[in-house]
Design a protein around this ligand. Structure first.
Ligand code: GLU
Ligand code: ZN
Length: 294
């Protein structure tokens, strides 16, 4: 089957892959391969101070051990800094991006919605954060699993940071530029990023990119309600229980391999998943408690 589908998995090396990352990687991989699409791997290494030494190699090693095969070379965001800088300079010259000198203290009490203090100040951009102007508009999209999602960018987010004061580029900017550059048509990822999507849609429209389709899979949470993320030091995926964990991740996505596959290899489980992938079976919830998974 020829396909116009390009998907990707885009881990951040600030930690190792955990069960929630496996669920997201598996969903994007199966969604792509089910239609004969391409599946790319991108290392989102934008934040060197938060990068855990060895995490990049460990992530690649884990993906290989779990049977994933990606197309083309691995792209790294750290190789793309000049592109991000060029785009920001253009947006700055157009007046769409501006320098913000606000301290964290000044922004306290605004519940994460930037109040626009520096919007008209015209500061020069050396050693400052850069923010992008957002319109007073509601952004709405239909997620393939979560359904309709909308967010008023002006009221709920405000002008957001595209480059931090320390010079690091923001995820929101890099992800949009890289997905467009790599020709990504379908984005499958964890539901923690649902509320980033309207910001990304705004940037895509502003930059004249076509809009990818989105599918957000439930975020796996620990019994105490914490997001199963790197910041909570959730355990890295083991290398010796690969098939049982793949089976568990398939089940978390509503795909239930038959008992004949109980002793199957990772490759056999992935091939079963590719053949039987059905997005209608994915739980339509934003979170799943890990303790409730069978
Ligand atoms: N790098 C992000 C993360 O690890 C994922 C970005 C995305 O899929 O859009 O959470
Ligand atoms: Zn400011």
């Amino acid at each position: 089957m020829t396909s116009t589908y390009t998907g990707r998995f885009a881990p951040t090396p600030s930690g190792f892959l955990h069960f929630g990352s496996l669920v997201a990687a598996l969903a994007s991989y199966l969604d792509a391969r089910h239609v004969g699409g391409r599946w790319l791997l991108r290392m989102e290494d934008l934040d060197p101070p938060r990068e855990v030494p060895g995490a990049q190699d460990a992530i690649l090693n884990t993906l290989e051990t779990y049977g994933f095969e990606w197309d083309g070379p691995i792209e790294r965001q750290s190789d793309r800094l000049e592109v991000y800088a060029g785009v920001l300079q253009r947006l700055f010259d157009q007046g769409l991006v501006y320098a913000c000198t606000c301290s964290r203290k000044q922004l306290e009490g605004y519940h994460g919605v930037y109040p626009g203090f520096c919007r008209l100040a015209g500061y020069s951009q050396d050693d400052t954060a850069l923010r992008i102007r957002v319109p007073q508009l509601e952004y709405r999209f239909i997620d393939r699993v979560q359904g309709e999602f909308s967010q008023h960018l002006g009221r709920e987010v405000g002008d957001f940071v595209v480059r931090r004061r320390d010079g690091l580029y923001a995820y929101q900017l890099a992800v949009v530029l890289d997905d467009a550059w790599q020709g990504v048509t379908h984005i499958v990822r964890g539901a923690d990023l649902l509320d980033s999507t309207p910001r990304q849609t705004y940037l895509q429209e502003l930059l004249g990119f076509s809009l990818p389709r989105y599918l957000h899979v439930p975020l796996i949470i620990q019994p105490d309600g914490h997001k199963l993320g790197k910041s909570y030091r959730s355990p890295p995926l083991p290398m010796d229980l690969v098939s049982p964990l793949l089976t568990r991740a398939l089940r978390a996505l509503g795909q239930c391999p038959p008992s004949e596959l109980n002793n199957a290899s990772p490759r056999e489980l992935l091939d079963w998943g590719i053949l039987h992938w059905d997005t209608a079976l994915i739980p339509r919830s934003r979170t799943l408690a890990e303790s409730q998974l069978k």
